[in-house]
Design a protein around this ligand. Sequence first.
Ligand code: SF4
Length: 585
Amino acid sequence: MDPARLTAEFPAPSYRGTQQRALGKIGEALESDNDVVLVRAPTGSGKSLLARAIAGCARQPDEADPQDAIGAYYTTPQVSQLDDVAADPLLSDLQVIRGKRNYSCLLPGETDTPVDRAPCARESGFDCSIRHRCPYFSDRAIASNRSIAAMTLAYFMQTAGSESFGRRDVVVIDEAHGLAEWAEMYATIDLRPSTVPVWDEITVPEIDGPEAAARFADRLVDVCTRRKDTLVGAEELSIAEVTERDRLQELISNLKWFVSDYRDPASASTWVVDSAGEGSPVTIKPLAPERYLNHTVWERGNTFVLLSATILDKEGFCRGVGLDPAKTALVDISHTFPVENRPLYDVTQGKMTYEHRDDTIPEVARLLVRLLAKHDDEKGIVHAHSYAIAERLADRLREFGVDGRIRTHDSDDRDAQLSSWLATDDPELFVSVKMEEALDLAGDRARWQVLCKAPYPNTRDSRVARRLEDGQWGWYYRTALKTVIQACGRVVRSPDDFGRTYLADSSLLDLFGRSRGAMPDWFAAQVDRMSSPELPAFDPDAANAGSADSSGGSGGSNQSGRQTGRRSSRSNPDDHPLADVWGTD
Ligand code: SF4
């Protein structure tokens, strides 16, 4: 790549904030013989534009020998981020390609069929006469040939080893802070009746560790392969059989990968296995899936640039994803949003650990009533951390009679409730679970938020337990801090935006003390300015003052699923930024 082109490749007509200085720092790091540059870029630094400039420095065909890798990949784990890139006119030369199920077949009678279930996937030897016009295959051909191909991290990893998406000169990974976790998630093998089509044909033995799991995997591969070969040999498959065939192929490949990695003495991965005994589901999970990342990511490019606001610790990050810190640079970009526009408030009510929760949740619920009264005409969001906490808070709020201002969701209606909440102008409080990332709550979308619990990883997860057994407490605290910083960024999206963050769990203060050394300066400045606010007294009537019901209007009233017709919607409900952020395709 040629970092000297960075300025010329910057796609916007002028620079904002720290962009010009950021490009200079990134250029220096790339010139200094680093294979990987980590860019710690906070919200508002225009990461996508920086990413485009970096990708534009990739070697071009007229600069390359035939064996040289050329061009660039842009990839991100967040579907919503890829959507933003696709919609940005300044990034129009990033050719976006998505997974097959995002495209529909063109054949008559099949226009509602996703490409991965179309006749070409169902019928053996099907020769589609319009394949050259097929939206998926033509997008794939264009992305394969364009200088910058853009895709989700899931698709990028799935296409490792494919002819269309071979090695390129530069790979830019946006929102890269969770790379180790994403790789662990993709490489995890979940074996249960709903995921193993041949479950009824196998006997699951007692599995007490990875060696027993590897032996079981060998047997399972044989059974799956027999069934898959039967399906592959059939003339025509039903849609259900196509699904089964694809699932079997994926399962066989994942199981073989596990067995070969586990039996490779040179592999750095540690595998942990969860099983409740004979006949029970089995989950096989990798820790530090270095070899998996080598195959799916690190072997796909010459130079890598990883961007995120929350790559907190270079050494720890490198260890988690199998990079050499000596060949990796960390570039820090300062925050351009005034610290006074993103205040933190200490409103702690006690600990939310499991043993203290019974005492703390009622206090947090009372706190929410006081905050509703303070913000009687502003929307807010509660980060409840888990559905169990969300339900208990919602129950209390219902008992207090303030449910007219509360919206909740469960795992099934998560996207629909979020869409409705984003669309309403009513000053609702959204009690959310796992929405600390990839949610853009600019301006009046939310002016305040509450963090109910220090988001430590679940110690009952075998991967977490294993890491703590190995003494990785730094990782444990940094993981929680990363989520807190991500959450704090939801309600302040531009230099003139303003949003308050209230901290309800006293463990958050302890977390700040333990992880101070890993904080970016701009977040430490937020913590240093933290104060305790004056709040109104507990008064459900005052909290209800902002309710759509309180003025006697028609329309929305009930918690979860309330109708929101009283005030006009300001945005398209489908156009929300978390639509499928946890999707894998
Ligand atoms: S290749 Fe042809 S059959 Fe397959 S999805 Fe595309 S249009 Fe449909």
